[in-house]
Design a protein around this ligand. Structure first.
Ligand code: ZN
Length: 188
């Protein structure tokens, strides 16, 4: 059990051991419920036919929700990023999950991420595509690529603002981030 658990990201040998002892002290039914949840998730989870996020239904709850603005699509790199934006509770549009970012260094080409599916969705009525890929080289490359694809379709394309983190000390922020913060400044 210790060996199996330590294969998980962020779990070292010590933590794996601590978790193992904890699991051994749990009631059998609780352990069964937990392993059952893991197996069933692995078995049933697939990609949403629309936004490509992980879901256990054909269409995920966000895409199914009529209260969301289906004409505003936020493009993210993975389902973890989607979850982060969902946690804010302030975004009312829908998403598109790429499952990666273009990276010539790692040999990830535009065909390897879910861009084709995005282009397919843009045939419907869409007012805005918000590009929320990461601020690293791969994220920027992907953002540029998407904006070149989307703009000819006459759809408003925006990029999330980047800059100084909230509570961040200016003096420790790198120059690129500071420059981005300056470029993305807003009128007070
Ligand atoms: Zn969906």
């Amino acid at each position: 059990m210790v060996e199996a658990l330590s294969q998980l990201p962020g779990i070292g040998a010590k933590t794996a051991q601590r978790l193992s002892f904890h699991i051994l002290s749990m009631p059998k039914e609780e352990v069964e419920a937990m392993t059952g949840a893991i197996s069933s998730a692995r078995e049933n989870v697939r990609y949403c036919a629309k936004c490509q996020t992980l879901t256990d239904e054909d269409i995920c709850p966000i895409c199914k929700n009529p209260a969301r603005n289906h004409r505003q699509i936020m493009v993210v790199e993975n389902s973890r990023d989607l979850a982060a934006y969902e946690k804010t509770g302030k975004y009312e549009g829908v998403y598109h999950v790429l499952h990666g970012a273009i990276s010539p260094m790692k040999g990830i080409s535009p065909a390897d991420i879910r861009l084709k599916e995005l282009m397919e969705r843009l045939k419907d009525d869409v007012d805005e595509v918000i590009i929320a890929t990461g601020c690293d080289l791969e994220g920027e490359t992907t953002a540029m690529y998407i904006s070149k694809l989307v703009k000819p379709a006459g759809i408003n394309t925006t990029r999330i603002a980047q800059g100084v983190p909230v509570g961040g000390d200016i003096e420790y922020v790198d120059e690129v981030t500071l420059l981005k913060a300056l470029e993305g400044r807003t009128k007070l």
